[in-house]
Structure formats: C-alpha cells, structure tokens
Design a protein around this ligand. Structure first.
Ligand code: HEM
Length: 416
C-alpha cells in the first residue's frame, strides 16, 4: 500500500516530483477526498475546483483562521510582524473589504501600466541572455527566470535595480511561510525578519514619493482613491510587499516550468521559436500543463456540501489547480503539451472569481515576450542536471534549472 497516497501526503517526494500522476487516482474518486496528512479536504476535478474558487461560503482568509486557533503558539508569536502585514492583504479579505482594496490597488496596477512594461521586458530578456556562457552549464533560474520578473516588478514599484538581490533574500524569507514549505525550521523567524526589513525599506520609499511623486506603483498607490477613501500607510506597505512577492516568485516558476516542458517537447519548442504558434496561446497551454500555482486553500465559513461530500464549518479545502488542469473531462489528452489547444485558457492557474490573479496580465506579458527571445537567441539549449522541485504545498517551482547552450545568437540575427 502506498501510504503517501492513502494519507494524501502532498509533500511526499513522489507528489512533489510528479503531482500529476500522484493525483490522477484521487480525481477519479467521487466527492472530495480527506487528507489525513494535511487535515484538509482535497478537490481535484476541474468543475469542483472552479466552483469552490467562486463559492462565497468559503473564505480565502486562512491566516485569520490559523491565528484564531494557533495565535498563541510560538511560531505565530515569532512571526507576529509578518501576520500583522499579511492580514492587510486583499488576497485574504472577502466581500466589501476585499472589493475596496482590490479596486484601489487595481487603479495603480492598470492595464496601461502593464502594457508600458513590454519594451522593458524585451530589453531585459535580451540583456540577461547576453550574459549566458556558451558550452558550460549555468543556472537559467538564476540568470534569467528570476531576475526578469524581479527587475520588472521592482522597477514598476520604483525600487532601484541595485537593491534587487536584497529583494531575493526577503522574498525567500517570506516564501517558506506563505507557500507552506514543510522543511524550513526557522520559517516563522525568517518571515518576521524579512517583513521588518521590507516594511522599513518600503516606508522609506513611501516617504520619498510623498514628497516627490513619480510615475511608479508606490506613487500610484499613494494617490489611488479619493479624499474619503485612500489606502492607509499600512495598506500601502502590505500591498507593495504583496505585489513584489506575488510578482516574481510565481512568474519565475512559470518561465522555468515552461522551459522544462518545451525541452521535453522539441517540436513545440520549434513552433514557438519559429512563430508558427501564437505565443499568447502557447503561454496559456504552458500555464495549464505545468502551473506554477499548484494549490489554493479555502476555509468553510459554514457547513457546505460539495460534490456529495459534507464539509463542516471551519474545515480547510485544498483546491488542487494542477489536478484540475489535467482533468480529462475538460482537456482532451491532458498529459500532452499542445500549444494550439483551443481551450487551454480554461486552466485554473490564475484562480477564478473575486480573487482571480490581479497580476495575470503582467505574468502573461512577461512569458509571452521572454520565452520566444530565449528560444530564438540560444542554440542547443539542453538540460544539464537533474530537476529538483521545491517541497511546497502551494507552488510548483524548481530549486534551480541547470542548462547548457552550444551557441548564442546576437540580438539582430535572431529576429524573424
Ligand atoms: C504565472 C504567474 C502567476 C500565477 C500562476 C499566479 C497565481 C495566482 C492565483 C492562483 C491567485 C488566486 C489565489 C486565490 O484565489 O486565493 C492569485 C492572486 C493574486 N495574484 Fe497572482 N499569480 C501570478 C503572477 C502574479 C503577478 C505578476 C502579480 C503582481 C505583480 C500577482 C498578484 C496577485 C495578487 C495581488 C493576487 C490577489 C488577488 C485578490 O485576492 O483579489 N500575481 N495569483
């Protein structure tokens, strides 16, 4: 008997390495499945996951629920500063509080602001590719997939480029707690430290922008709203942290997971390189095929019945996007990467309903521009090491992505 499967241990090595095979059997079972390992219900079918994402009887505020139960625990006490900031995040609010924050932040993060990033994304992609060594292994995550979204979002917020390595450290400090990594012993302390340092850094930026506003997100967050309803100082700090953090970790993983999928499917890579497939459509399929977002957590606000299963008030439900994205009832041959798949956009990778990813247009823009540049400008791109996936419950990302290339085309030569 496979005990990991029996207890539905989503952090078991086989579940981390290949969540798709691990969850296929669960998706065939009726109703929701109880995970004794995570003490939560698990939803894996596309219909259940999308319905639950939109269900107002569930809340996204798992932090509030956690603090009500475990607020006095040493971990929660150690990470008190982190929880104080996180509780301001729109991603944990519901109803009118959520709509208010989302619309104020959305004003700063408008489609125009995102569209204006296109030339920067192209410029940075080329700049990072230029640094690749030919004929010796290098970490593509470190050289390309991390710095690209990190620099874009830091630039949008108005953070100077030279500070971006500090952001990586702060981001790592936060991610172990936010993304539910199991194996990081000091995750509460490092999240608290990162929150303190980031908050102080952003408070300085706010103070500068209050005196001399610029065309950046911090200035827009300060300006957003009316005299009666503005974001408070703490709300601005919290959302700057949320955008910085949400804005690169997941996009880094989208780029790396896409490269892995394309290297395993050379004809798909050729089609994207040559422009035979639409890059925007290809990105939807890549998001479906190996989503950087694996699971979203909800908590039942009342007793609910889902797909024939009764979920008592207060219970947690894990909505497994990676299983929903491979549901054969929705996607034909779901385990095949098909960059021309007509309904790839029905994936759940950006969520659904009121909390639908605010940064989806930016993530799509970055992947749509960066992946073709990477493919066109490198020759002989190949894996140069084993893949090691981070042991997280919520995201799917690599620890590193070692590759080699046999040649590099200059910018002009790769066009067309
Ligand atoms: C491929 C990259 C990305 C993926 C897969 C992703 C995924 C998600 C998902 C699944 C949610 C919904 C969570 C829930 O329902 O509880 C979400 C929400 C959110 N995302 Fe993203 N995200 C990505 C990139 C970004 C970027 C680039 C930004 C901003 C710069 C961003 C900002 C946000 C914010 C602010 C929310 C909260 C929205 C709300 O609660 O109303 N994300 N994201």
């Amino acid at each position: 008997m496979n005990t990991a499967l029996e207890s539905l241990d989503l952090l078991a090595p086989e579940a981390i390495a290949d969540p798709y095979s691990f969850l296929a059997e669960t998706r065939r079972r009726p109703g929701l499945t109880w995970s004794s390992r995570h003490k939560a219900w698990v939803a894996t079918r596309h219909g259940d996951v999308t319905a639950l994402l939109r269900d107002p009887r569930l809340t996204a505020n798992r932090v509030g629920t956690y603090l009500r139960k475990h607020g006095e625990s040493p971990g929660a006490q150690a990470a008190a500063t982190f929880y104080r900031v996180a509780q301001e995040w729109m991603s944990l609010k519901e109803g009118a509080d959520h709509s208010r924050l989302r619309s104020l932040v959305q004003r700063a993060f408008s489609p125009r602001v995102v569209k204006d990033m296109a030339s920067l994304v192209v410029e940075l992609s080329d700049e990072f590719v230029d640094t690749f060594p030919v004929g010796e292994p290098f970490d593509l995550l470190e050289r390309f997939a991390f710095p690209l979204p990190a620099t874009v979002i830091a630039g949008m917020l108005g953070v100077p480029v030279e500070d971006r390595d500090r952001f990586k450290q702060w981001s790592q400090g936060l991610s172990a707690l936010v993304f539910a990594a199991s194996d990081v012993a000091d995750r509460h302390e490092s999240a608290a430290r990162a929150t303190d340092e980031l908050s102080a850094y952003i408070a300085d930026l706010i103070a500068e922008r209050e005196v001399s506003p610029r065309d950046d997100l911090i200035s827009h967050l300060i300006e957003a709203g009316s005299k009666q309803d503005k974001l408070t100082h703490l709300e601005i700090v919290a959302h700057a942290i949320l955008l910085l953090f949400a804005g690169h970790e997941t996009t880094t993983n989208l780029i790396c997971n896409s490269v892995v999928a394309l290297l395993a499917n050379p004809s798909a890579a050729d089609a994207l390189r040559s422009g035979d497939v639409d890059a925007g459509m290809a990105v939807e399929e890549l998001l479906r095929y190996d989503s950087p977002a694996k699971t979203v957590i909800r908590v039942a606000l009342e007793d609910v019945e889902v797909a024939g299963t009764r979920v008592p008030e207060g219970d947690r439900i894990l909505l497994i996007q990676s299983a929903a994205n491979r549901d054969p009832g929705v996607f034909a041959d779901p385990d095949v990467l098909d960059l021309t798949r007509a309904n790839a956009g029905a994936h759940t990778s950006f969520g659904s309903g009121p909390h639908y990813c605010l940064g989806a247009p930016l993530a799509r823009l970055e992947a749509r521009l960066a992946l073709p540049i990477l493919l066109r400008r490198t020759e002989g791109l190949a894996l140069a090491g084993d893949l090691s996936w981070q042991p997280n419950l919520l995201t799917r990302g690599l620890e590193r992505l070692d590759v080699t290339i046999s040649g590099l085309k200059s910018k002009g030569l790769s066009d067309g």
